[in-house]
Design a protein around this ligand. Structure first.
Ligand SMILES: *Cc1c(COP(=O)(O)O)cnc(C)c1O
Length: 402
């Protein structure tokens, strides 16, 4: 942005702002990716990533966007003609479903209203009816970035287990990992898909697959024709910290730093911070008299909040006013929500004061755009954050002492 002083406020739900520490870590000479120095970096990021995915199993890092990591998950574990069960939680679930069809999968797509997460009971019913186990995988999006709704993965796992169904569980955590509580191993997920530019606080360019033993075994004997995305090709050199082709070296420097930052704060504190900021955002939105798109409080996203624009007002026009006046980007409504919602990202490099500044820009924008609202939403958010600061300070003291 030119013509503005101060930082651009990138309050979209990914890509998210990159912390200075991470930017400085990336600002390094490129090194030989076959050297001993590289192997140390490779080992550090591969084992560090396991901590963020909360798994003791392998995590694979591709030079790719999240979409590439989606494809890797599919081509390693499924074959053309395989039946899979997916749920229409929003724009991203719909795109993943399109990809699955293009790759020849037979998709059963449970319809949704884009205001709720994947319903564990509906998944359980579909699986219970599938007596011959034709369904080879259940594929869901953990945090639907287009709607600000999370799906409850532990309950979906339970539904699969209760149906005694052998389907693999594939989960997109592209916008949730590193922001919302997520446990690959404990929740029995077979492939967790993620990428670098959202909760990981990195620039775009890295795609991730965390994989279970069951998924790896499936890949060894099956899957689709593949080369670039092949897990085993990756895992062999990964054992010594290397990659089969040129990795995104400088992003890996950044990844090492971002992982260190998350572990210093403590994952529990990272998750609590995101929940606190999300609660403050909803407090402001409801005070303004606007509606949060997510309709189930148990599924509120800690990563972003999608806000419904009152009828007769265009969300994109409002976003334009905010951008032009206050140098802040808000997320657009995607496909069927286009013009109807705007999305506030509160993930990664975001704290109380960053959020309050963002909410202030939104409140001023509502006034300028002539969108009917009750003033004082920022005050309401401040109150909520004030009430929760004691817990925050206690955490901080604990961190300083340890
Ligand atoms: C951003 C996003 C994607 C797509 O990731 P790219 O890096 O743009 O390919 C997929 N799923 C979800 C949930 C996302 O938020």
């Amino acid at each position: 942005m030119t013509g503005f002083q101060g930082r651009h406020f990138l309050q979209i739900p990914g890509p998210s702002p990159v912390p200075d520490r991470v930017l400085r870590a990336i600002d390094m000479p490129v090194i030989d990716h076959r050297s001993a120095a590289f192997a140390e970096l490779g080992k550090a990021v591969l084992s560090g990533s396991q901590k963020i995915f909360q798994t003791s199993g392998p995590v694979i890092i591709f030079p790719s966007s999240g979409t590439g990591a989606w494809e890797a998950a599919i081509v390693n574990t499924l074959s053309a003609g395989d039946k899979v069960l997916m749920v229409e939680t929003g724009h991203f679930a719909t795109l993943w479903q399109k990809m699955a069809r293009r790759l020849g999968l037979d998709v059963e797509f449970i319809p949704g209203d884009w205001r709720h997460g994947a319903d564990p009971a509906a998944i359980g019913e579909h699986l219970a009816q599938d007596k011959d186990h034709a369904i080879k995988a259940v594929m869901v999006v953990h945090n639907e970035t287009s709607t600000g709704v999370t799906s409850r993965i532990a309950l979906i796992r339970k539904a699969i287990d209760d149906a005694k169904h052998p389907a693999l569980l594939l989960v997109d955590t592209i916008s949730s990992l590193g922001s919302a509580d997520y446990r690959h191993e404990e929740w029995g997920v077979d492939v967790t898909v993620s990428c670098s530019q959202k909760g990981f606080m990195l620039p775009p360019g890295l795609g991730f697959n965390a994989i279970s033993e069951k998924a790896r075994a499936k890949a060894k004997t099956g899957g689709m024709p593949r080369s670039y995305w092949d897990w085993e090709d990756m895992l062999k050199p990964n054992a010594d910290g290397f990659f089969p082709y040129t990795p995104a070296t400088n992003l890996l420097y950044g990844l090492r730093e971002a992982i260190a930052m998350m572990l210093e704060e403590g994952l529990e504190n990272v998750f609590a911070r995101h929940k606190r900021l999300a609660a403050a955002t909803r407090e402001a939105v409801t005070h303004w008299g606007l509606e949060v798109l997510c309709q189930n409080p148990e599924e509120y996203s800690p990563v972003l909040t999608a806000v419904v624009m009152p009828p007769g007002h265009d969300a994109d026009q409002f976003r334009k006013i905010v951008l032009e006046n206050f140098n802040m980007s808000l997320g657009a409504g995607l496909t069927k929500l286009s013009g109807k919602v705007f999305r506030i990202g509160h993930l990664g490099e975001c704290n109380e004061l960053t959020l309050l500044a963002a909410l202030t820009g939104i409140e001023m924008g509502l006034s300028i755009a002539g969108v009917p609202h009750r003033a004082g939403g920022v005050d309401a958010a401040m109150k909520l954050l004030e009430d929760r600061t004691s817990a925050n300070a206690a955490n901080h003291l604990k961190l300083i002492k340890t």
